[in-house]
Every structure is written in structure tokens, then in C-alpha cells.
Design a protein around this ligand. Structure first.
Ligand code: MN
Length: 741
């Protein structure tokens, strides 16, 4: 490196020049107290960074000064933010500590600088996506402390992008992609449109320098053509405006380099078709009371000369966009046969549109009609920035940020960023990664903590899905997921599983047909479908496989030359009445007391849902097996109650039952030494439960277990389940609905 002579005296003068430049744009820091704080921060920062230089060779203090200037001028931030911007790199890069900051300035400054330091500095970046993701995660988490952190960080990033020339190539690429990925969209959502455009253009400049230069050159070459066109186009408008004595300014802007690049690269549109697409903007210097009518007057003038396209009139003056954008847009036909967009707005509207709330300090009483949540948030930020600092601090302290209120951002263990809707669960995330991972999901680790599949994710969570080869999608998963794609995948899997089970049922039926010498004819199957009222043959097979249609009791049919025919409906009805008389159920409206011998009724507990005392139940009169007791939550309940309401009777458990009921429980969790011991201990000693059988299987560090226990009622059962769920490593504890599941 060539040793350069440095004129320290000149540098000192330049630093002071830049400092005074900063003071000139600190519009919010008007009191002498504010000015004293800024001076103090400046002096401390100059001193702390005095021996440091940037990669360009310049004194390091130029950077914090520039960041503070952007914060004040382009974002419109307050004294505290300017102080923090000046000090933003001191804790990370110099001897100054957070305690020093707190002692010298205060708690608020400490919190902000701590946040800025946590969003790890751009100087020590390694090139991989997980850093990016981790950084973004930290940033989102820090947001809840103080929103100024993110605004100062944006200023920091903008200055780093403006001075990226001196960095190594790979660092340029890294920082440029990161800017495009996170900071430009963030600036956009915060209403900092100019900053967003500049960040995008600068990112492109470093990511794809050739294309960038190419577009810049082409824009320069075509500048004269555009200027001539604009002059001709606006001439009659200018004359008319001058005639009525309007104060105005006419600007024209081509698309940003980045958006032209986007069109060329992503949409395949040639430059020649884009370069002359631009908007002409007529900005009226007018009193805010008249701005609406004045804008419409200009509209009338424009359309006197050019034919407007009626469907392309946009009135964002009467109803501003949700982002607060106000403007009147029309698209008119030029004499050369080209459509030209004309934007009409007041100086105030133009300032707000370009600078977001940075411009807001000038216009205290601008009409804002916030519509979405982000806009409300922005509105709050604006209010904060305009209100005296004490109340602003109170406000920010109580402030819970919901910047990304519609979506959450979560991370894979590798740090890849994934977007999900609010309310999405670990199971949604599993299906987002891969349908197989979703299908085999038994739980997840969120920020290294075990959670069930139904756990709702939050922005910034890092999620690892735990799977088991034994796991299958379940019907109730449909109520756990919120994303349409996960729901679809679960439905597909359930349908597939149902089909497989139905195939088994079909085979069972085929064997049964052989045994009774019935022919395998579609007419015979149809007869069964009709008799069992199953809608489809698949459903018939499925119910046979599930044991819901008992083939050994396939009787009451007539077999003629291999063809099955059932008795007529009336006869079936007659059989049912007989059943009723034999069993003698309670009269209509009466309730069956289960565990009560008075009725001398035969009842059985239905195997499909295994009711136990405490469960909400009902009785169902079956044709051959007397009354069966089902849980109201039984998968079959809805069908039984809707189709055979006349066979349903009310039932409840008799109080104080000494009888014990057998219940199956299944677990899943992380295999851990001693976990089996812990579980069996709880069941047999802690809870005084009679254990019938227990089985465990471990696979890939995940265990699954089944245990059959005797309990008195649901309360007893719930206590047991709660205790088991509390065992370290146990992820899920569920009651086994029936032997089939
Ligand atoms: Mn910095």
C-alpha cells in the first residue's frame, strides 16, 4: 500500500464541516438541551473512533456522522436517535461500554445501542444464508424493544451501501444481496420510498455491475429523446397553468434502474419497450385547504388537451392508499399515440410520498386515514416523532410492535427463512418443508424446546421438526393446520390411507363371499352398499376393514345362484322393533343410567370410542347387540344421531362408581435414559393406577408407547395424562380412541 500524506489539520476541519452539516438537518432538535446532547455524542464518538479509518482510508467518524445525518434528514428522527446514530459503532468497535452509554446519556440510549450492536456489524460477515437469517431474526426480536433501532439500522445500511466500493468483491455481493433481501423491503413497508429505491439500485450496482452500467448508459443515451417528448407534451399544460397563475413544478421520472432491470431480467421485456415508460408529475404549490380542488382543476386542464383512459383514473386524494399515499393519477393518450401517466398532487403529498414520515415534521396536520395495521403503526411512529420526547419514551416503552402482522417469519435449523401466515403451527411448518416431513411429524423443537405439533409459531422462531416413520396423518390434523397446502396434503394422505384400508376390507369381503358361496358380482356388492347405506363401495370396504360391519353376522340375506338379496325394508324395521321390546329401553325422554341395575338392561360400551365415566355419552339401540354406549365425540356419533335419531337414547353415568374402566393411552417423545422408568413410576406409584399392559418402541431417538390402565373416570384419567405430559422428553399423550387406531 502506498503511504499517503495525511493533512490532519484539513481532516479536522472537514470533520467539523460535516458535523455542522448534520446540525443543519436536525429539524427536530431545536432546544439548546437537544443541541448539547448531540454535541456530547459527537465529541465522544470522534474521540472513541479517533485512530480508526474506514476501508477507503477516510476517518471513521465520517460514517457515524453520515448515519446520523440520514437518520435526521431522510428519516426525520429525533435527538435520541441522532445521539444513538453517532454512537452506534462505539460499543462494538471501541472501548466504550453499554454502562458508559447509560451513565453518559441514559437508559433509552443504552437499549437502542445495545439493539444496534446485537444486529451484528457488517464488518464481520461470513457468506452464508444462516447468518442472514439469524441477523434478521435478531432484528425482528430487537424491534420490540425500540423501533428506532431498525430505523437507525436502515440509515447505517444505506450509508454502507453508498460507500461499498471499497469493500472486497465477495463482501459487496453478500451485503448487496442482504440489502435486497431484507432492508429494501423493510424500507418500503416503513414508507421510506426514496430509501427503498436507492437501496435497490445500489444493490443491483454491486450484484450485477454490467447490467447496471448498461441500463445507466442506455438511460443516458435516451435522455434527449425523453426530454424532447416531455417538453412537447407538457407545453400546452404549462401554458394553461401559467394563464391561471398557478404555482407548480413539473417533474418526470423514469422507472428506477432496479425496476427496469426487473422487467428486463425477470419479465423478458426489452429495454426499448421500457425506457420511455415514465410518469409526468405535476406538483402544485398550494394551500392545504385548496389542494383537492386545485388538483382536480389541473386534471381538467390536462384532459382538455389529451384524451384520458377512463379506466385508469385513480383518485387517491379523496381516499388515500392504505400506506397514506395521496395523489391523483390519470393516463392520457399523447399525440404520438403513446399512453402517458400523469400524476397530480400538492407539494405536501409529493414530499410524503417520497420520504414517508421523514417529511412529516413539515406538515403537522396532514389528513391521514390509516386503514391497515401497518399504517396504524406508522401513524403511531409519526405521532411519536412529533410528540415531546418524554411521552414518546413512555409510548415506545409500552409499545408492542406488530410490523409483520399478517405473516410470520420462521427459520429452519439451517437458518433458511420461511414465511407462514399468522396462526401457523409446527405442523404447517413441517408440511411447508416437505409433505413427508409433515406426514411423519410427531412434534417439534422450537428454539430448542420441545413442543407438540399444534404449537403456534411466532416470528423469529427457529423450528426443527421431529418425525417418526410410524406416524400417519390423522383426521384431527385438519383442525391443527391453517395453511391450505398442508390441509390438502393431509386430505390426500387420509384418502390414500382410507383406500389402503378399504383394500383390506375388500379382501375380507371376498373371503367371506367364498365362504357363503356368493359370487363376486358387482350386483352383490351394490346390494350390500344399499343394505348398509354406505354411499360408495370404498366406504363399504373401509367399514368392513374397521370392523364396523361385522361380516360374521352377514345374515338375513337370500342367496340365489350366487346372487345376494336382502329382505325387504319393512322386515328389517320389524326386527328393530323386536329388539326394542326385548331390551326394554327407557321410555322416550328418559335417561339411561349406566352402572345402574334398575333398568335391567343390557348395554355394552362401544369399542369404537371406549367410553369411561365422566365422558359425555349416549345410548344407541343396535339391531343385534342391545344398547351400545358411545361417546358424543365418537367418530361415528354424528352419523348415528343424524341417520338413526329414533334409535338414540339419552344416557349418563351413575355417580360414585366403584367400577374401574380400561383405557389405552399412547405416548410419543424423545428417547431418553430412564424415561420408561419415569412413566411406569408415575402410573403405578404416584397415581395409584392399575396398569394392565405397557409397550414401548424406540426409533431414531423417538419413542412411542402404549399403556392400558384401569381408571375410575375422566377426572382420574386427565390427572394421569397431565402427570405423564410433565415427564421430560414426553411430547404427546393421547387417549386411544379404539383398538383400531
Ligand atoms: Mn455502522
Amino acid at each position: 500500500m502506498v503511504k499517503q500524506e495525511i493533512d490532519f489539520e484539513e481532516e479536522r476541519r472537514e470533520i467539523l464541516r460535516r458535523y455542522r452539516g448534520l446540525l443543519r438537518v436536525c429539524h427536530r432538535s431545536r432546544t439548546s438541551k437537544d443541541k448539547a446532547r448531540i454535541r456530547k455524542a459527537f465529541e465522544i464518538s470522534v474521540n472513541a473512533h479517533k485512530d480508526m479509518r474506514r476501508k477507503s482510508g477516510e476517518p471513521y467518524i465520517y460514517h457515524p456522522l453520515a448515519v446520523a445525518k440520514i437518520a435526521a434528514e431522510e428519516i426525520g428522527l429525533d435527538t435520541t436517535s441522532i445521539v444513538c446514530a453517532l454512537l452506534h459503532d462505539t460499543v462494538e468497535d471501541t472501548d466504550i461500554t453499554l454502562d458508559d452509554i447509560q451513565n453518559l446519556f441514559g437508559k433509552k440510549e443504552r437499549v437502542i445501542i445495545d439493539g444496534l450492536t446485537k444486529i451484528s456489524g457488517f464488518a464481520d460477515y461470513n457468506s452464508n444464508t444462516s447468518d442472514q437469517a439469524e441477523n434478521f431474526r435478531k432484528m425482528l426480536l430487537t424491534l420490540s424493544d425500540d423501533v428506532r433501532v431498525i430505523l437507525i439500522k436502515l440509515a447505517d445500511r444505506l450509508h454502507n451501501m453508498r460507500t461499498l466500493d471499497h469493500m472486497k468483491r465477495e463482501k459487496q455481493l453478500k451485503i448487496a444481496s442482504e440489502t435486497l433481501f431484507m432492508y429494501a423491503p423493510l424500507a418500503h413497508r416503513l414508507g421510506l420510498y426514496n430509501m427503498k429505491t436507492e437501496l435497490e439500485d445500489l444493490s443491483l450496482k454491486f450484484k450485477d455491475p454490467e447490467t447496471y452500467e448498461d441500463i445507466v448508459n442506455k438511460l443516458q443515451k435516451t435522455q434527449a429523446v425523453r426530454t424532447r417528448f416531455i417538453n412537447q407534451f407538457t407545453l400546452p399544460i404549462r401554458r394553461a397553468l401559467d394563464k391561471i397563475g398557478s404555482k407548480y413544478d413539473i417533474k418526470s421520472r423514469t422507472k428506477s434502474i432496479y425496476s427496469i432491470w426487473n422487467k428486463i431480467v425477470k419479465k423478458g421485456v426489452p429495454f426499448e419497450e421500457i425506457y420511455d415508460v415514465f410518469a409526468i408529475r405535476i406538483i402544485l404549490d398550494t394551500e392545504s385547504d385548496n389542494e383537492k380542488s386545485d388538483c382536480w382543476r389541473v386534471y381538467s386542464i390536462v384532459t382538455d388537451f389529451y384524451q384520458p383512459s377512463p379506466e385508469r383514473l385513480r383518485d387517491w386524494i379523496s381516499i388515500p392508499k392504505s400506506s397514506g399515499y395521496e395523489s391523483l393519477h390519470t393516463t392520457v393518450m399523447s399525440p404520438t399515440g403513446k399512453w402517458v401517466e400523469v400524476q397530480i398532487r400538492s407539494t405536501r403529498m409529493d414530499d410524503l410520498a417520497e420520504k414517508g414520515f421523514a417529511a412529516h415534521w413539515k406538515y403537522k396536520d396532514s389528513p391521514d386515514t390509516p386503514e391497515n395495521k401497518l399504517d396504524k403503526w406508522l401513524q403511531q411512529v409519526r405521532e411519536v416523532l412529533e410528540s415531546p420526547e418524554e411521552s414518546a419514551i413512555d409510548f415506545i416503552d409500552n409499545f408492542k410492535l406488530s410490523l409483520f402482522s399478517e405473516e410470520i417469519y420462521v427459520f429452519t435449523p439451517n437458518g433458511d427463512l420461511k414465511t407462514l401466515p399468522v396462526g401457523a403451527t409446527a405442523l404447517d411448518f413441517g408440511f411447508l418443508i416437505h409433505s413427508q416431513i409433515g406426514s411423519q411429524c410427531i412434534g417439534a423443537k422450537v428454539n430448542f424446546k420441545l413442543v407438540p405439533i399444534s404449537h403456534k409459531l411466532r416470528s423469529g422462531d427457529q423450528v426443527e421438526i421431529l418425525t417418526s416413520k410410524k406416524q400417519r396423518p390423522k383426521e384431527d390434523w385438519l383442525s391443527i393446520v391453517v395453511t391450505a397446502s398442508a390441509r390438502q396434503k393431509i386430505r390426500d394422505a387420509l384418502r390414500e390411507e382410507r383406500k389402503q384400508i378399504a383394500d383390506e376390507g375388500k379382501e375380507m369381503l371376498r373371503r367371506r363371499f367364498n365362504a357363503i358361496k356368493a359370487e363376486w358380482l358387482s350386483a352383490n356388492i351394490d346390494e350390500l352398499v344399499k343394505y348398509y347405506d354406505t354411499d360408495t363401495t370404498i366406504e363399504l370396504y373401509y367399514r368392513i376393514a374397521k370392523g364396523k360391519i361385522d361380516l360374521t353376522r352377514l345374515k338375513g340375506f337370500i342367496l340365489e345362484a350366487g346372487r345376494i338379496r336382502f329382505e325387504k325394508k319393512e322386515e328389517i324395521a320389524k326386527t328393530e322393533t323386536e329388539v326394542k321390546t326385548v331390551v326394554g329401553p327407557p321410555a322416550k325422554g328418559e335417561t339411561l343410567l349406566i352402572g345402574d341395575d334398575q333398568h335391567k338392561m343390557e348395554y355394552k360400551l362401544a369399542p369404537c370410542c371406549n367410553p369411561i365415566p365422566g365422558d359425555e355419552v349416549f345410548g344407541f339401540i343396535t339391531i343385534n347387540e342391545g344398547i351400545k354406549i358411545h361417546r358424543t365425540s365418537c367418530p361415528n356419533a354424528q352419523e348415528l344421531m343424524s341417520k338413526y335419531a329414533y334409535r338414540v337414547i339419552k344416557a349418563r353415568w351413575r355417580n360414585k362408581d366403584t367400577v374401574q374402566f380400561e383405557v389405552g393411552l399412547k405416548f410419543a417423545g424423545i428417547d431418553d435414559v430412564g424415561i420408561v422408568q419415569n412413566i411406569t413410576n408415575i402410573i403405578s406409584t404416584d397415581m395409584n393406577v392399575n396398569m394392565r399392559s405397557i409397550s414401548f418402541e424406540a426409533n431414531d431417538g423417538i419413542f412411542q408407547g402404549k399403556v392400558m390402565v384401569l381408571v375410575h373416570d375422566t377426572m382420574h384419567l386427565n390427572q394421569l395424562m397431565d402427570k405423564l405430559k410433565a415427564v421430560t422428553g414426553v411430547l404427546t399423550v393421547d387417549r386411544i380412541e379404539s383398538e383400531f387406531s
